[in-house]
Design a protein around this ligand. Sequence first.
Ligand SMILES: NC(=O)c1ccc[n+]([C@@H]2O[C@H](COP(=O)([O-])OP(=O)(O)OC[C@H]3O[C@@H](n4cnc5c(N)ncnc54)[C@H](O)[C@@H]3O)[C@@H](O)[C@H]2O)c1
Length: 443
Amino acid sequence: MTLDERLQNVSVVGAAGKMGSGIAVLIAAQMAELKEKNPDVLYRLNLIDISKKGLIGLGSYMKKQLIKHAEKSINAIRELYANRDDLVENTEMIDNFVFESMQVCNLTNNLDAARDSDLVFEAIIEDIPTKLKVLGRLKEICKDDVIYYTNTSSVPIGLLDEKLGLNGRIVGYHFYNPPVIQKLVEVITNDKTDEEAKALGMELGKRLRKKLVPANDISGFIGNGHFARDGLHGLNEVERLTGEGFSIPEAVYIVNKVSQTLLIRPMGIFQLIDYVGVDVFWAIFEVMREHIPDPTLKNDLLNKMMEVGVKGGQNPDGTQVDGFLQYKKSRPVGVYDISSGSNIPIEGEWKEKLDKYIGPLPEGCQPWRSMLVDPNKGQKLERYFANLRRSDTAGAKLAVGYLERSREIGQMLVDTGVADSPQDVNDVLLNGFFHIYGPINNY
Ligand SMILES: NC(=O)c1ccc[n+]([C@@H]2O[C@H](COP(=O)([O-])OP(=O)(O)OC[C@H]3O[C@@H](n4cnc5c(N)ncnc54)[C@H](O)[C@@H]3O)[C@@H](O)[C@H]2O)c1
């Protein structure tokens, strides 16, 4: 079966979630295009989720995203409707495109709606028993040659394949959050992966204009393999600093600031963990520990955050929920104090004392956003990191330690066969995490 044929009937399971809703937008848009070219074919996108409330919000989320998508691709949309005399203005074409995309969607709580699908995207919660239950039911009802693309962040696809007897017809198709915007898809296969499933995944990724990076089937893969250990390094640094007399919120502030400002990253490590979700981050370790014999893949403070239920993530309107940090309009304004259950504002003497400890920023330190668009960024980064290494402030030492740990993690992913090359590791961090330099570097 060709990709065009398979795109006639698709299901997204977990469609109301962060990832599923984005995948739904991408596939609905593909179907609207195909429908225009093949008006006699019936297209159907089943958007399946157990959450009724989630499905209610899904329609309006999709409409908003489809409008943005169509506006951005207006030239392609104009070309698509070139022969339509009834559509003249851009707004008419966009409205029509959004209408046609929504027309193919069938929002439902019923998993059995996936029965006739030829492609199934699974984006339900990161929990092995739930994934096994849902994929097991799909195997019972779907055709034998259906292909499953799972968005799992850490579950080895070989485990799902073996336990359910999917004959290699499952590929790890790891979109990044949010799937509509993020360019990266990590494509996870192993030596049992069906060749057709692999090839169609590559073809689909190109059509969605994604940057595809292959990863091997080892829990965490490249993106979370790096992120989990990088975040763990941040948590361990917090522990070290509390041993030096800082309180936990003070240490969180220091590590977050150093990992953003001195490493010239888009977010500090605790802001990133909050963005992904403290609970999602925690779940990645739970799964990884089952498959990787490394007892250090855990952290007490992280467990305590789960116990008190401070989980970060996003509100339905996209704003940031408090986690390690407190947010106003998605900007960090406080740090969570687990001992009192309240937030400490990042201001005044409290902040000054910690900034003094970090020390002055080394020469050439530029915010991530301005470095990102700097035409001389290569040279500037080289000079900056040389200055960072020469600086003997506490902040610089912490940053250099972070830089080296990040490189060590990247190299380990290559050495243990998770990634095929240093370039693949760097590509994932550059495209999926918006870093401006890869972890395997000469800085
Ligand atoms: N959040 C991220 O940044 C991110 C990034 C990449 C990959 N992932 C992975 O994507 C998957 C989904 O993550 P998410 O962040 O979108 O989670 P989410 O909690 O936002 O969404 C999960 C959705 O699955 C639904 N669901 C749960 N059990 C179900 C069932 N039995 N049947 C049907 N629907 C069910 C929930 O109602 C929810 O809408 C996970 O495997 C996660 O590891 C997440």
